[in-house]
Ligand binder design. Structure first.
Ligand code: F6P
Length: 520
C-alpha cells in the first residue's frame, strides 16, 4: 500500500483544486438541489440468512460535500490507488508495509482469501466448541467471566458485551484492563471465585498490564482455595506458545492469526466473552452483519460506497476546514461505549505523521475522536457544538426500534432529540424575542451525519463496527498512510519500564516526580 511520488504529486494538485472550490453553506447546498437528500443518503439492506434481515440508513446530506468536492475526492481515490488497496485488503496483500503483513480481520467474518477464511473458520469452530462445552458444564458451574486485556483486546469485548447483553447474559462478564489494581479488585468483589473463569486476552501475551492482572487473578483463585486455578484460565492470543509457557493448558488456548490487528480483533477469539455471554448463534450473526458491510465496501463505487463517502467527509473537515476533532453521539444507551471504541480504532490507526513510504504527510491525519450518549450529552457538551468557536463535524447514531419496553414515548423523544440536534446545528437562528441578542444566537451551518439502523442487534453492531473499520481504511488510503501499525505506543512503554526500574537517563522534572513518589 505504498504510494508513488507521482501519485502524491497528482494528489496534491487535487487537494489544491479542492481548496479552491466555492464554499457553499449547508442551506445553499440544500436550496440548490432538491434531490440532495436522496443523493447524499442511502439505505443498505441485507438478507443475512439465519441472522435475518438488516437495514441501515446513512445520511451524509447535512455535510458540506457538494458535487465538486465529491468528484474531486473520487478522483483522489483513483490517484491514491483506492481500488487496488481495497482489493489487497481482502486478498491478503501486504497492506501493513511497515510490519510486512496483510490485515486479515475481514477473513474472520468470511471476507478474505479462501485459505484465510478456512483458517478463520477452523479457529472460530474451536472457540465455538469451548463455548458450548462451558455452557454445558464442562468446567463446572460458570457464572462469571473476568476478561483481562487492554486496548484492542478489551475495548471490543467490553463494547459488544455491554451493547448486546442488556436483556440477558448467559455469563456475567467483567472486563478489566487497567494496571491500577482497583479495577481488578472491583471485578473480584463482584464475582464468586468458585464460579468464575478468567480469560487472558493478549495478542502478544506480553503486555505488562494484562500479564500483571492475569497473575493477580490467578493468585485470587488460589487464595480462595479454588481447585486447579490455572484450569480456570482461557487464553485468547496470537502467541499460543507463550500462553502455554505461561501455564494455560493447550485445550484452553484459543489462537487467532498474527495478521489480525489488536484493534481489529473482536471478530477473532478476542470475541470469546461476547460468544460466551450471548451464545455462538448470536456471535455468528455479529460476524454476518460485518460481512454484509464488507460486501458493500468491496462492491460499491465512489460516493455510493458508504465508508468511502464517510472518509471523504472526514478528510474534507480535517484538511479543508481545519477541524481537529470529530464527535460521535449514540442516541442509544447500548452504544454508550461506541465513541470510546471508535477513539482507539481511528486514533491508533490513523494518528500518523508519515506516509506508508516514510515521507512526512502533507496535511493533518486522524482527527481526535470523542463523543458520548444522547440525550445526556445535550445537557453537557452540546453548548460548545452549537455556540462554541470550534467547527466540529458530528455523527449521530440511533436505532428505529427501541431498546426498552417502557412507554413508547421514551423512544419517540430519544429519536426526536437526535434528529432535532442535527437540524438545529444546521439551521442556526436566534432564540431571543427580538432575534438580535448575540448571546442567544446560533450561527448554524454546522455539519452532521446520521446513521439510523432498523434495530440494534448482534448483526447490526457487527455492521456498525465494520463500517467504521472500512471508513478508517479508506481514509488511510486517501492520505497515503498505514493504518495497521501503532509504533506510537512503544516509546512510552519502554520508558515506563525504565522509570519502574530506575535504570535510565531522565529529565529533571521526571526525576523529581520519581523521587517524590519513591520510584526507581
Ligand atoms: O499498546 C497498544 C497495543 O499494542 C494495542 O494496539 C493492542 O490492542 C494493545 O496494546 C494490547 O496488546 P496485546 O493484545 O498484545 O496485549
Amino acid at each position: 500500500m505504498k504510494t508513488s511520488q507521482s501519485s502524491l504529486t497528482t494528489a496534491n494538485a487535487i487537494w489544491e483544486q479542492l481548496s479552491q472550490l466555492d464554499r457553499k453553506t449547508l442551506a445553499q447546498l440544500f436550496a440548490a438541489d432538491e434531490a440532495r437528500v436522496s443523493k447524499m443518503s442511502q439505505r443498505l439492506e441485507f438478507d443475512l440468512g439465519e441472522a435475518g434481515p438488516m437495514g441501515i440508513f446513512l445520511d451524509w446530506s447535512k455535510t458540506h460535500l457538494g458535487d465538486g468536492e465529491l468528484s474531486a475526492f473520487e478522483e483522489l481515490a483513483k490517484v491514491m490507488g483506492f481500488d487496488a488497496a481495497r482489493e489487497a485488503l481482502f486478498s491478503g496483500g501486504i497492506v501493513n508495509p511497515t510490519e510486512g503483513r496483510p490485515a486479515t480481520h475481514g477473513a474472520m467474518r468470511g471476507s478474505g482469501t479462501e485459505a484465510d477464511v478456512e483458517e478463520a473458520d477452523q479457529l472460530l469452530r474451536r472457540m465455538g466448541m469451548l463455548v458450548e462445552a462451558i455452557h454445558q458444564g464442562a468446567l463446572g458451574e460458570v457464572k462469571h467471566l473476568i476478561h483481562i486485556g487492554i486496548g484492542g483486546s478489551a475495548l471490543g469485548p467490553q463494547l459488544a458485551v455491554d451493547a448486546l447483553t442488556r436483556d440477558l447474559a448467559l455469563v456475567d462478564v467483567h472486563v478489566v484492563s487497567n494496571i491500577d489494581g482497583l479495577a481488578l479488585e472491583q471485578a473480584f468483589a463482584a464475582c464468586d471465585p468458585e464460579t468464575t473463569l478468567i480469560a487472558v486476552a493478549s495478542k502478544t501475551f506480553t503486555t505488562t498490564e494484562t500479564m500483571t492482572n492475569a497473575t493477580s487473578a490467578l493468585k485470587w483463585l488460589s487464595d480462595n482455595k479454588v481447585d486447579d486455578p490455572s484450569g480456570r484460565v482461557i487464553a485468547l492470543t496470537a502467541s499460543p506458545e507463550k500462553a502455554v509457557e505461561w501455564g494455560v493448558d493447550e485445550t484452553r488456548v484459543l489462537p487467532f492469526p498474527e495478521s489480525v490487528g489488536g484493534r481489529y480483533s473482536l471478530w477473532s477469539s478476542i470475541g470469546f466473552p461476547l460468544a460466551l455471554a450471548v451464545g455462538m448463534e448470536e456471535f455468528t450473526a455479529f460476524l454476518a452483519g460485518a460481512q454484509g458491510i464488507d460486501t458493500h465496501f468491496r462492491e460499491a463505487e465512489g460516493r455510493a460506497n458508504g465508508p468511502l463517502l464517510a472518509a471523504f467527509g472526514d478528510l474534507y473537515y480535517s484538511r479543508l476546514r481545519g477541524c481537529q476533532t470529530r464527535a460521535v453521539f449514540a442516541y442509544d444507551e447500548r452504544l454508550g461505549l461506541f465513541p470510546d471504541y471508535l477513539q482507539q480504532l481511528e486514533m491508533e490507526s490513523n494518528g500518523k505523521s508519515v506516509t506508508s513510504s516514510g515521507e512526512p504527510v502533507d496535511g493533518p491525519t486522524a482527527s481526535i475522536t470523542w463523543g458520548g450518549v444522547g440525550t445526556d450529552a445535550q445537557h453537557a457538551v452540546f453548548q460548545l457544538l452549537h455556540q462554541g468557536t470550534h467547527l466540529i463535524p458530528v455523527d449521530f447514531i440511533a436505532s428505529i426500534a427501541p431498546g426498552d419496553e417502557l412507554d413508547p414515548a421514551h423512544h419517540k423523544a430519544l429519536l426526536a432529540n437526535c434528529f432535532a440536534q442535527g437540524a438545529a446545528l444546521m439551521a442556526g437562528g436566534n432564540m431571543s424575542a427580538d432575534g438580535k441578542d448575540p448571546a442567544r444566537g446560533f450561527a448554524g451551518d454546522r455539519p452532521s451525519a446520521t446513521i439510523l439502523v432498523d434495530d440494534l442487534d448482534a448483526a447490526t453492531l457487527g455492521a456498525l463496527i465494520a463500517f467504521h473499520e472500512h471508513r478508517v481504511f479508506a481514509g488511510a488510503v486517501l492520505m497515503g498512510i498505514n493504518p495497521f501499525d501503532q509504533f506510537g505506543v512503544e516509546l512510552g512503554k519502554k520508558m515506563a519500564k525504565e522509570v519502574e526500574s530506575g535504570e535510565g537517563d531522565f529529565d529533571a522534572s521526571t526525576k523529581a516526580l520519581m523521587e517524590a513518589a519513591g520510584l526507581g
